[in-house]
Design a protein around this ligand. Structure first.
Ligand code: ZN
Ligand code: ZN
Length: 243
């Protein structure tokens, strides 16, 4: 069985009905952006990689600002690393010839690359856990399964029909239960069902959105410890560290 340490992020999503890879995606982002804020931004290689990427993508720039600008109320660190990025931009503009049809080079956002590598690794752990751990398989089936993008990621990471069969089985069970709940929710919205109390189907429309679009990450900064349920809109205390 895959080590519980390696599968911890996958398991964290399950009790809250969150796609395990959406959970991993969020944790990878927190891990990277906190690492960058805390120490990597002082390292030449990380700064050079950021300059080659022409800065972070808007998503990761926003996450960095959440820690530093909104949280720490300073702009010194962001300014320092972006000095290198803009210097690089100026140097490359000076070298750019009008007949160069490629324009400026642009490397991948380093935080996106980190997330992508981590997600591929977690997709492999997910497949192993699905096949080897019936508890995980049953809880995922009883919960919300995977979002469509992460179903496809796991599908692409599978190297055996057996793994793909389990993915189909889990996801079909979840989707067919969800469809029944959507039907029930639609029925209760009609006039003839007026007065019937809402049941578990009441938020099925929301779960349908999350299953198809993926679960949005909580907006809490990576410097703020996560609550027991980080996806709950209500703040709860937690003893977790910043990542
Ligand atoms: Zn997902
Ligand atoms: Zn990015």
């Amino acid at each position: 069985m895959t080590s519980r340490i390696l599968t911890r992020w996958l398991w964290q999503g399950v009790p809250f009905g969150i796609c395990p890879l959406c959970r991993s995606h969020h944790k990878l982002d927190r891990e990277y952006i906190w690492g960058f804020f805390d120490q990597w931004s002082m390292q030449d290689t990380a700064v050079e990689r950021l300059a080659a990427a022409r800065g972070f993508c808007s998503d990761h720039a926003e996450q960095l600002c959440r820690i530093e600008v909104q949280g720490m109320r300073t702009t010194i660190g962001v300014t320092d690393v972006y000095i290198a990025t803009v210097q690089q931009l100026l140097e490359d503009l000076a070298r750019l010839r009008p007949d160069d049809t490629r324009g400026l080079s642009k490397g991948p956002c380093p935080a996106c690359a980190y997330r992508q590598q981590g997600l591929s690794r977690n997709a492999r752990y997910l497949l192993e856990e699905l096949l080897e751990n019936s508890d995980f398989r049953e809880q995922l089936t009883a919960g919300q399964g995977l979002c469509v993008a992460h179903f496809n990621l796991a599908w692409a990471a599978a190297d055996a029909d057996e793994q793909r069969e389990v993915l189909i089985a889990v996801q079909s069970r979840v989707a067919s239960r969800l469809l029944a709940e959507l039907d029930e929710h639609a029925r209760k919205q009609r006039a003839e069902a007026a007065g019937e109390p809402a049941g578990v189907e009441a938020d099925s429309w929301q779960r349908a959105i999350w299953m198809t679009a993926g679960r949005p990450a909580p907006v809490r900064a990576a410097s703020v410890p996560e609550a027991t349920n980080p996806y709950s809109p209500v703040e709860e205390p937690s003893s977790d560290g910043p990542v």
